[in-house]
Design a protein around this ligand. Sequence first.
Ligand code: ADP
Length: 607
Amino acid sequence: MIGKSIRQRLVILTLFVLALALGGSFFIANRAFSNTLRETTYTQLANNATYLKTLLENDTYTIEPDRFDAYARATSLRITIVGKDGWVLYDSDYREADLDNHLYREEVQQALAIGNAVSERRSATQRLPVLYHAIRIDEDPDIAVLRLSTTLSQLTGYQKSYQSLFLGGLGLLVLLVTLITAVSIGMITRPLHRIKETAIRYANGELDARMHLDGPSEIAELATTMQDMAIRLRNTIDEVESSRQQVQAILDSMTEGILLVDSSLVIKVANQAAKNLLLQASDNAQSIEGLRLVQAIRSTEIVGACNNTLLEGKNHEVILAHHGHLFGETALLVGRSKTRILRLFAVPVWTDGQVTGVVLTVNDMTELKRLEQIRKDFVANVSHELKTPITAIAGFSQALMEGAQDNPDDRTHFLSIINRQATHMQRIVEDLLLLSSLEQQNTAPTRTWTAVGQIIEETVEACRFRAEQKHSRLEVSVDNPENLEIFANGMLVVQALSNLVVNAITYSGPETTIGIGATIDETDAVFTVSDSGPGIPKDAQQRIFERFYRVDAARSRSQGGTGLGLSIVKHIVGVHGGSVTVDSELGKGSTFTIRMPRGGMVPGTTF
Ligand code: ADP
């Protein structure tokens, strides 16, 4: 019955049980009836046999066929009288001459032996049981045994009537049983169908599907268990999904790129930083999970490192340049300025003693490398800046020791050179110390509410001497009708403005006018220093704020410049949360603008 539905199975089973019950009842009824019939018939045969024996032994009856025929007809029994030699002397149903010797008939033999005997045989023609009762006749010289027999022909009648009753009832019974069965099967299968439909919905991911069952308690329990299972499954899936999202959020918030590849080098996990660092800008929004590493990242070095990690189970490190979709030397050749330096670290993932994947971490070393380069350049620049004055001081002091001190003119000249170079060195060191103190992290300068007029006044005072030397005029214009103060370190702001004014005086010709302006409103303080000097070439305008950068190094040095002035301005403005810009045109002059919040540095601002 494999593959059949419950309904089919139950119908087949019910019909089978029904057939078995009906067949069984038919068999039992038949058996009971034939047994009773047999007993009654044997009693009837015995009674008649005893009666006829008495008649024969009392000589009331002799073998007179007519009388026996009449008796046989009246009782519907067959009467057979067997002689001493076994031959039939009389038979009510057959001609005696046609019958064979009956001496060895089972019942005859037994009757001769014990007086009475019964036996049953099946009639050859009707295929019905024939019952015999034989009785020994002792008081007659010719007769040995009297035998009475009859066919259980009523059985056929009974079976026929039972069959007609049975068939009639059968139809009704089948109808009734089918009806009851259909109703009970429906009661079981309907809720099962609903359970099946809900299970299919669960399998399709609709775990919120619910069912209301009022079927048998076992089926209702099954449905409740299934629903509980779906709820637990939904909770587990939600938990897994939420922890997956948490992990993804953690991974995406990391600045370090993370990639997980499996043993076939297929990418399983990639955080946003990894995509930003390894893919082209246009590609980094798309998902690379499921791609082979070599399809997503065309770098033989990276793929090779992962491969080696898989094979050897050891960490591998790769440092290489990346630009667009190019890696290594090619990337350096194509876009040196935009190339990023990446450090990749491949670590094996072990499961049960086997390497089953690789975690690849990606770090952007570009800024680190840039800072390293700046540090190297800075050391080189400082050495270079100090080398000239030190060489001069060493040279001239040696010349003095070797005799130049005896010549008063040489002595004065050499000593003045030594003094100038020492002063230059002192200025460089002072500027470097100031820059360093400004760069110290967490060192916010002490600030107070300072009058703008005072700042401008001190700036003019600090630069007056230099201006007078070049016969230049300092023209001040302050737009601050409400006399608003600024929250700043006045000394540093004066230092920044003085650097700008001194540059303006230094690089402009003699007898020019330098403009110093200040405009203060509720939120911002804007200071400008303008000159009509030589101006600054466009490509140098951004770089002049770098340390030791000079447009014309020789001229700067000859004027006592350290190359750090604008760098100091930028840092001072930075610690006040402001910005400095330059607007300059060659041959027409330059205007430097400092813009800073009036109330001090905006919290959290870095420079
Ligand atoms: P320096 O000590 O050489 O003046 P700065 O950092 O102050 O160093 O200036 C950097 C360079 O910017 C100067 O060497 C000079 O070439 C240029 N510069 C600065 N200010 C001006 C200006 N007002 N006009 C023209 N060039 C200027």
